[in-house]
Design a protein around this ligand. Structure first.
Ligand code: R5P
Length: 223
């Protein structure tokens, strides 16, 4: 990780935080980029209520004095700010490098707007360089790996990692993914799979820091 990369993540996070308004319920993502957003929220003393996507994020929010609310106590989330492991300019994502994919996806589907913050290393023309995290009930790990192999993917279990729900994470290599939504549906249909890290068509906006400036996706012509 270069300091330029960190700087770009911070810039993207600060631009995302500029979209927040007092009174909003805000989904708080997980990972190094989301951390910059939490710090910016605290520094600007924004009066928001946060819905954390992991215990790490909840801990950080508490330590920064950001009030939290239980996802089951709110009817919806106004906006969620989160990172990604890969994104395409058509806004498909792979997430879950930090094993937070399940709670991140639940927070995302509960949100009116999902805003992704990244640096330029996350941008790809087609998803698949980053292996797809597949959150799996521990009892089903061997079966799920066999199903993944039948789908043509090599895979490995992330050792020593359990998700916030006590599940295992299998990282699956499908090579370049032609149809992320279709692959996601296939994965979801495997018994024992709880969730996968493909977020197809869920993001409203990606803010990508790149050498000191922020690029927006979808790109607006003439803007
Ligand atoms: O499970 C982790 C999340 O999906 C993260 O948002 C993702 O891994 C990106 O993290 P970072 O901002 O540290 O690259």
């Amino acid at each position: 990780m270069t300091s330029q990369q960190d700087n770009d993540k911070k810039l993207a996070a600060e631009m995302a935080v500029s979209m927040l308004r007092n009174g909003m319920t805000v989904g708080l993502g997980t990972g190094s980029t989301a951390r910059f957003a939490l710090h910016a929220i605290a520094e600007q003393r924004l009066e928001i209520k946060g819905v954390p996507t992991s215990w790490q994020t909840a801990e950080l929010a508490r330590s920064l004095g950001i009030p939290l609310v239980d996802i089951n106590d709110v009817p919806y989330i106004d906006i969620t700010l989160d990172g990604a492991d890969e994104f395409t300019p058509s806004l498909d994502l792979i997430k879950g490098g930090g094993a937070a994919l399940l709670h991140e996806k639940i927070v995302a589907v509960r949100s009116r707007q999902l805003v992704i913050m990244t640096d330029a290393s996350k941008r790809v023309a087609q998803l698949g360089k980053f292996r797809v995290p597949v959150e799996t009930i521990p009892f089903a790990v061997r079966y799920v790996q066999d199903r993944l192999a039948a789908m043509g993917a090599s895979s490995s279990v992330r050792h020593g990692v359990l998700t916030d729900e006590g599940n295992a994470v299998i990282d699956a290599d499908f090579g370049l993914i032609n149809d992320p939504a279709a692959l996601g549906a296939q994965l979801k249909a495997i018994t024992g799979v709880v969730e996968h890290g493909i977020f197809a068509g869920m993001a409203a906006l990606v803010l990508m820091g790149d050498n000191g400036r922020v690029e927006r996706f979808p790109q607006v012509s003439g803007g």
